[in-house]
Design a protein around this ligand. Structure first.
Ligand code: SAM
Length: 315
């Protein structure tokens, strides 16, 4: 049963709404999936644009997001289904070939970042948690306290592109001998001591926090499975729109699109022209280049600055 407590404020300003609508072209009879429904901003825009009978499935790993979105989308009751879960499981919830458009708006929402008790932010002190789905047992504290030094270095390098990955991992391994890491500030201040800010705009712990969040939530694994599932549930001619916020996740989206837009496969890591096996492409890019937020949006919503939208169409 849902709690009867007043809902926490769930203010998330959705990015590139106009561009998403232009990509998905919602029509009255359309069926859509917003698989990172968050605060419901994009979902509300899709439902409004596909009135009076367009239908939307929304999911999110975060139970608080689903609760807030249920309240926000009440005016569209009867045209929507919401579920808490990982979009990696999408193909088990919706029929293959049943949707006209699927939207992924990756990363975290503003309320997740702003609430200290969720443990995503180095700006405020909170438990070192970072779970999108709080029913999951692994937390960021578990990783920081139990992963080996080399595992931590790999996480910081591979998922955060952190140039000082090894140095930070070694310092954490040394520091945790006497005491467990329990709070976001404990970790953020260690990184700040190792790499003083000296007037830089970006906090030195930004990449470490991003990497830990991605590892705790297995974000790249979910993304690979989610994209495959998203394509599966699309009708022929349906559109897949994906918004990313950093190069690590954008690379996964680009590689997915490039692999399935090619008319051939190859085994191994190297594409040797003579060894290509022809196959039918499964999608095409709607636009070769990623779409970026407009200047007006950048002025209105600074959190949109790293957003990029890629759009593919199922063949
Ligand atoms: C940037 S926010 C989405 C905001 C939303 N588009 C809106 O208009 O409010 C990203 C959301 O994706 C969710 N999320 C991230 N990875 C997920 C996954 N694998 N499965 C389901 N939801 C996920 C997060 O919990 C977060 O609520």
């Amino acid at each position: 049963m849902r709690s009867q407590c007043p809902l926490p404020n769930f203010n998330h300003e959705p990015v590139m709404v106009e561009e998403v609508l232009a990509a998905l072209k919602p029509e009255t009879s359309g069926r859509f999936a917003d698989v990172t429904v968050g605060g419901g901003g994009h979902a509300a825009a899709i439902l409004a644009a596909s009135s009076p009978s367009g239908w939307l499935f929304g999911c999110d790993r975060d139970g608080a997001a689903i609760e807030a979105t249920e309240a926000r989308l009440r005016p569209f009751e009867g045209r929507l289904e919401l579920r808490q879960g990982n979009f990696a499981d999408l193909a088990g919830w919706l029929e293959p070939g049943s949707c006209d458009g699927v939207l992924f708006d990756l990363g975290v929402s503003s309320p997740q970042l702003d609430r200290a008790d969720r443990g995503f932010s180095f700006q405020q002190d909170g438990p070192l948690d970072m779970r999108m789905d709080t029913r999951q047992s692994l937390t960021a504290a578990d990783l920081v306290n139990t992963a080996t030094e080399s595992e931590l270095a790999k996480i910081f390098w591979n998922l955060g592109n952190e140039p000082q990955a090894r140095r930070f991992a070694a310092a954490i391994a040394k520091d945790r001998v006497g005491r467990r890491f329990e709070s976001t500030q404990q970790l953020a201040s260690l990184i700040e001591r190792l790499a003083p800010r000296r007037g830089k705009r970006v906090h030195p712990a930004t990449r470490v926090f991003q990497a830990l969040r991605m590892a705790v939530n297995d974000e790249l694994g979910s993304l690979r499975e989610g994209l495959t599932a998203g394509l599966r549930i699309l009708k022929t001619g349906g559109r897949l729109a994906v918004i990313t916020f950093h190069s690590v996740e954008d690379r996964v989206v680009k590689e997915f699109g490039q692999r399935l837009a090619r008319g051939y496969t190859f085994t191994g890591d190297v594409d040797v022209p003579d060894l290509r096996q022809p196959c039918a492409p499964q999608l095409k890019w709607v636009q070769r280049k990623a779409i970026k937020p407009s200047m007006a949006e950048l002025g209105r919503n600074p959190r949109s600055r790293s957003a990029q939208l890629r759009v593919m169409e199922k063949l």
